[in-house]
Design a protein around this ligand. Structure first.
Ligand code: KE4
Length: 428
């Protein structure tokens, strides 16, 4: 058993300084229980806590660490950029370079705007959807997360008939009533929403592969069906690829599945560990964004040279031949191994992977949407999480998150994770 006394001490102090002791809720381990861990440093596939315990890291800062933490080329590039300053608040060559790379790599993007987080990207793209169509209503899916902007914090469920109800105190009814919800993978529900709200829906926004309800993949024909429906009703299709962008393939989920949205949001990987978000798409739509057009959106640190530099180097590394084949291989090896040892230990389990993203649920049923995911055994997941943590494997501290690998994870890391899981699952 790891000694986590320093984590306990520091986290207790944190609880007096910051709500829940954290800067983002999931880090407080509320859904898995047990002592939250305070971390000290990262390198490659590994993370160390303040008690100097080492873990194989499958959170990877929730996606950005896809090249492995503190990749030497990223760090070197940042050192050089640092000498020239941390922020200009003015145009820089680095923005052109990263923008060109994103435009070249992501099929739907002809023009891009950088912001500072995925939340900012999603709230901006929502405004753009409405500005472009002059319509107010949007469709999102239960279990999909698009950051914490008010319009997205709607109670899931029964979106077919009712208007969106706030899912958090502080969110006005007026803000969410134009947000309609449908179950993921349910094309019929989306058709009904369009029929019930003809010419009123600005667009549909979704995670093309869900990572925020646990790992859920689109059923065959789902993404294609949304593309057809949105075209039929003159609405926009928006892929929130903050998590899947540059993770499930070099061109994101849209390249993987061959479905091209009108707009895309990005984040995480394109900042290489520094704060960056982005939204982009067809020039005709993006030209509405100020100052080119009337739709206002701005940001003091947007496009700052450090974040651009980290993003440029990260995408450069990812474009090297064989990178995505390697990511795909080790991630599939991992999830297949985890599913295998779970079944051998007598547990009902389902799961999968795409590119460098994976997830599993303790349930005997297939998981097509958030309601299915919620039927899984979250208590068993919590015990599995704690068992792995105590043996040096750091998984996302919630059943309703996805797991992430990196090019730094080795075959040995994967095999060690699987054998550790075997011990834990046999003890559950
Ligand atoms: P941020 O504002 O956290 O940078 O991005 C929001 C966001 C938007 N869209 C998708 C698909 C996302 O996954 C996210 C953020 N993901 C979570 C992990 N589930 C970030 C971790 C956290 O909230 O602490």
């Amino acid at each position: 058993m790891f000694n986590t006394s320093k984590s306990e001490e520091i986290f207790a102090a944190a609880g007096k300084l910051m709500p829940g002791g954290v800067s983002s809720p999931v880090r407080a381990f509320r859904s898995v229980g047990g002592q939250p861990i305070v971390f000290d440093r990262v390198k490659g596939a590994y993370i160390w806590d303040v008690d100097d315990n080492q873990y194989i890291d499958y959170v990877g800062s929730w996606g950005p660490a896809i090249c492995g933490h503190t990749h030497p080329e990223v760090i070197e590039a940042l050192h050089q950029a640092l000498e020239k300053g941390t922020s200009f608040g003015a145009p820089s060559l680095q923005e052109n370079i990263l923008a060109s790379m994103v435009i070249e790599m992501v099929p739907s993007i002809e023009m891009v705007r950088f912001v500072n987080s995925g939340t900012e990207a999603c709230m901006s793209v929502l405004r753009l959807m409405r500005a472009y169509t002059s319509r107010e209503k949007i469709i999102k899916f239960e279990g999909c997360y698009h950051g914490h902007a008010d319009m997205f914090l709607v109670k899931a469920g029964s979106g077919v008939a009712t208007l969106g109800l706030p899912d958090s105190p502080g969110v006005p009814k007026t803000t969410t009533q134009a947000t309609l919800t449908a179950p993921y993978n349910d094309l019929e529900a989306v058709k009904t929403l369009f029929k019930n709200n003809p010419q009123e829906i600005a667009g549909v926004i979704l995670e093309p592969v869900v990572g925020n309800a646990g790992f859920i993949t689109p059923d065959a024909g789902f993404l294609e069906g949304l593309r057809e429906l949105t075209e039929e009703y003159g609405a926009l299709l928006v892929f929130d690829e903050v998590m899947t962008g540059f993770r499930v393939s070099s061109g994101g989920a849209q390249a993987k599945f061959g479905v091209v949205p009108d707009l895309t949001t990005l984040g995480k990987v394109i900042g290489g560990g520094l704060p960056v978000g982005a939204y982009g798409g067809k020039k005709e739509i993006m030209s509405l964004v100020a100052p080119a057009g009337p739709m206002y959106q701005a940001g003091t640190l947007s496009g700052n040279p450090l974040a651009m530099t980290a993003g440029i180097k990260t995408l450069e590394i990812l474009q090297r031949p064989g990178t995505y084949e390697y990511l795909e291989k080790i991630t599939k090896q991992l999830i297949d191994g985890l599913l295998n040892v779970s079944q051998q230990a007598g547990h009902q389990v389902t799961g999968g992977s795409i590119g460098g993203m994976f997830g599993l649920f303790f349930t005997g049923e297939n998981v097509h949407n958030f309601a299915d995911a919620q039927k899984s055994d979250v208590v068993k997941f919590a015990r599995f999480h704690r068992g792995m943590l105590e043996r040096g494997v750091y998984l996302a501290p919630s059943q309703f998150e996805a797991g992430f690998t990196s090019v730094a994870h080795t075959n040995e890391d994967i095999e060690k994770t699987i054998s550790t899981a075997k011990d834990v699952l046999n003890s559950l």
